[in-house]
Design a protein around this ligand. Structure first.
Ligand code: SF4
Length: 263
């Protein structure tokens, strides 16, 4: 069997305590993209794959995904970062410049979850940069928080549902979201936030499993596995739709009240 890990990657992951799967069925985990065929371009191979039949699948695939999920659930921060940076569990690994893990205070009371890295995030390796990032920073500053604050009370941890950029900023594929979910789950477990702020429809779907529109989900406090969740608009959307900025501000005030921030 041909290993999909280089010697250097194996050594690094081993040092980080990351278990490498090399069972005969390991390829079952990464077949999201078809094998290259003669005459096929790289762009062809990067064409978004159809939704993986995760829920319908039987047997080996389900077992293998479960093993990976449970393994990720034991990782500490350094091992989790290493696992994400080397991840090839879905086709997005082919087109990314780098993975975008997340930034901020690792025990922040507020954790912000966006959708997926865009072009700037993919280039810089940090979520919410560019104009949307500036808007988010301004929104946070308005309630006394900052992504680079030194304390859990004033800090925030920011990440995305997907850790790799979908080509041409297309919407995340449900199968990609499912493949990436264990990383987000583990980040939430490690941060242990008091409040999750889901920004955008796909973040809300990932956290709440709901297909409802943002307009229906925002304005109230939800719960996910014992953690409070507030849903609001994505800053990139707010840059295009100024009329919803007032609603986003209301959501932020609701978040501040849940966090019991001084007014
Ligand atoms: S999007 Fe997530 S699951 Fe897919 S390759 Fe990147 S880190 Fe892995």
């Amino acid at each position: 069997m041909t290993s999909r890990w280089t010697e250097r990657q194996r050594e690094m992951l081993g040092a980080m305590g990351v278990r490498v799967f090399e069972t005969p069925h390991a390829e079952v985990l990464t077949p999201d993209r078809p094998e290259p065929v003669e005459g096929q371009t790289r762009a062809d191979r990067n064409t978004p794959v159809p939704a993986q039949p995760l829920r319908q699948a039987q047997g080996e695939r389900v077992v293998q995904v479960a093993q990976t999920r449970s393994d990720i659930a034991t990782l500490d921060w350094p091992a989790l970062r290493a696992a994400v940076s080397e991840c090839r569990a879905c086709a997005l690994c082919e087109s990314r410049t780098q993975t975008v893990f997340g930034v901020g205070h690792e025990r922040a009371r507020l954790m912000i979850v966006g959708e997926a890295p865009g072009e700037n995030e993919d280039r810089q390796g940090e979520p919410f940069v560019g104009q949307a990032g500036k808007l988010l920073d301004n929104m946070l500053r308005a309630i006394g928080l900052a992504r680079d604050a030194a304390t859990p009370e004033q800090g925030v941890f920011i990440c995305n549902t997907l850790k790799c950029r979908p080509p041409r900023n297309r919407n995340p594929d449900p199968a990609e979201t499912a493949r990436c979910a264990p990383y987000l789950d583990r980040q939430i477990e490690l941060v242990q936030p008091k409040l999750l702020l889901a920004m955008g429809r796909f973040a809300a779907q990932a956290l709440l499993g709901s297909d409802e529109a943002i307009g229906k989900l925002r304005g109230r406090v939800h719960e996910r596995r014992g953690v409070k969740v507030i849903v609001t608009y994505h800053p990139a959307y707010l840059l295009r739709t100024l009329a919803d900025k007032a609603r986003a501000w209301d959501d932020l005030c609701l978040a501040a009240s849940v966090l019991e921030l001084p007014s």
